[in-house]
Design a protein around this ligand. Structure first.
Ligand SMILES: Cc1ncc(COP(=O)(O)O)c(C=O)c1O
Length: 451
């Protein structure tokens, strides 16, 4: 009898060939780019085997590659395109602003307008802009260190917060280096990290309150902040245990540290007011990026007036040439106030619920060893039968099945995020027909692999 993993491998071999046959232009463009760019891409996360699709143009929920293939885009710029591609209102905002100036390096009225829109959604009192999620978490952590006068931080095993040194730890630690699950080692994510930085980061598992408490007792008076995604979205989607976030906040405060929610992904895609609103836990600092810009590089971090006062009185530095430039703030204002409205957000979440239910139904009917998880407009199929609570649980994924799923969807025009730890995004531009098509292709894959 053929095991499900063997069937998955056979499907992968066939679909890889199909993918290669339909994307010769992408292959050629990648070969050209490889001569002048490592891996032929601008970010390692854009590279995948056999080669990435090279995009030609995109609109709404669709993306076309250089070979003329049309994809329904559920990758959405790794969760950055809740507004869809080039929403007409966004295009109007950018084209209205471009001739009036793209960079002033002195304030425009737009910065306060976007800040007010973020304050209304996210319950913090003040905000500062950056250009990427990486900068948002870097500045948030610096602020936490300046505010507390402490240096060390706590982060989650399996958590990704961008590519500055302090958070490039235990992002995907190999299990033979990761140490015990209840007391993980700090493992740098690839090379180039100073030993001194490794010593500044204490790593714990998600949903493990005793480990959080112990991190503080093992490093008394040294921890500035605990940074986490309230719902980790870099190992599928991992929901917090009941009461976990509130208890984690209490432990941090008891020990004089801040709690930082990285809502770069969850932000406006999980709910109009973010995951902190869903779980009714207000962290000390919130980091935002990705979808708040609708596809242009704007990010932010927000906190109370008291904490942000450390920037206002120059205790902690915060700067950046392109911060809050008029082009990206015009785009963000359109996203926050006109495109991803409360109604549009609710409609996208409802469409995603239909997609999730449809996928789960097929899983239940066929006994596929997997389950679905939804957070707002994001969703995923995780190839582990039981709920995942930690990075170690996530590592039990049947990656042969997960890859077969991904390449099958790609070769049938459903663009899911490359990187099997990611999740899909249903944008405000996705239609019921897009959901039906996704379900149709998913069902065909599952029926074949479980036959
Ligand atoms: C949770 C989280 N935080 C931070 C970042 C970094 O954002 P950026 O890629 O804009 O630097 C990412 C990127 O994927 C992310 O998923």
């Amino acid at each position: 009898m053929t095991s499900i993993s063997e069937k998955a491998l056979a499907i992968t071999a066939r679909e890889k060939e199909r993918y290669a046959n339909m994307t010769p232009g992408s292959q050629k463009a990648t070969e050209r780019a490889k001569k002048v760019l490592p891996l032929g891409v601008a970010s390692n996360f854009q590279f995948f085997e056999p080669h990435p699709i090279v995009a030609d143009h995109a609109s709404g929920s669709r993306l076309w590659d250089v070979d003329g293939n049309e994809f329904i885009d559920y990758n959405g710029g790794y969760g950055s395109l809740f507004a869809g591609h080039s929403h007409p209102t966004l295009v109007e905002a950018i084209t209205a602003q471009a001739p009036k100036g793209t960079l002033f390096t002195t304030p425009s009225v737009l910065i306060a307008e976007v800040a007010e829109a973020l304050v209304e959604r996210f319950q913090f009192e003040m905000v500062r802009f950056t250009n990427s999620g990486t900068e948002a978490t870097m500045d948030a952590l610096r602020l936490a260190r300046g505010y507390t006068g402490r240096e060390k931080i706590i982060k989650l095993e399996g958590g990704y917060h961008g590519h500055h040194d302090l958070v490039m730890m235990s992002v995907r630690p190999p299990l033979d280096k990761a140490g015990p699950a209840d007391h993980p080692n700090t493992v740098p994510y690839y090379g180039g990290t100073a030993k001194a930085t490794i010593d500044e980061v204490v790593v714990i598992s998600f949903n493990d309150l005793p480990a959080l408490e112990r991190a503080f007792t093992e490093h008394p008076g040294e921890i500035a902040a605990f940074i986490l995604e309230p719902v980790p979205e870099n190992m599928g989607i991992v929901l917090p245990d009941d009461g976990y976030l509130a208890a984690a906040k209490e432990i941090c405060h008891k020990h004089g540290a801040l709690i930082i929610f990285d809502e770069v992904k969850t932000g406006i895609t999980s709910n109009w007011g973010g995951a902190s609103t869903i779980y009714s836990v207000q962290p000390d600092i919130i980091c935002l990026a990705k979808s708040i810009g609708g596809g242009v590089p704007i990010a932010a971090f927000g906190a109370s007036r008291e904490i942000m006062g450390y920037i206002a009185d120059f205790t902690v530095a915060h700067q950046g040439t392109f911060n809050g430039n008029p082009l990206v703030t015009a785009a963000s204002l359109a996203v926050l106030t006109k495109i991803c409205t409360k109604e549009a957000t609710a409609a996208a979440i409802a469409r995603n619920a239909r997609l999730i239910e449809g996928c789960q139904k097929v899983i239940d009917e066929t006994g596929l060893p997997a389950h679905t998880v939804q957070l707002g407009a994001k969703g995923c199929v995780t190839y582990v039968p039981e709920r995942v609570r930690t990075f170690r649980d996530y590592k039990k994924t049947n990656f042969e099945l997960a890859y077969a799923h991904w390449i099958y969807m790609m070769s049938h025009g459903i663009f899911l995020p490359p990187g099997l730890d990611e999740q899909w995004l249903v944008s405000v531009a996705h239609t019921d027909a897009d959901i039906d098509r996704h379900l149709e292709i998913f069902e065909a894959f599952v029926r074949e692999v479980t036959a």
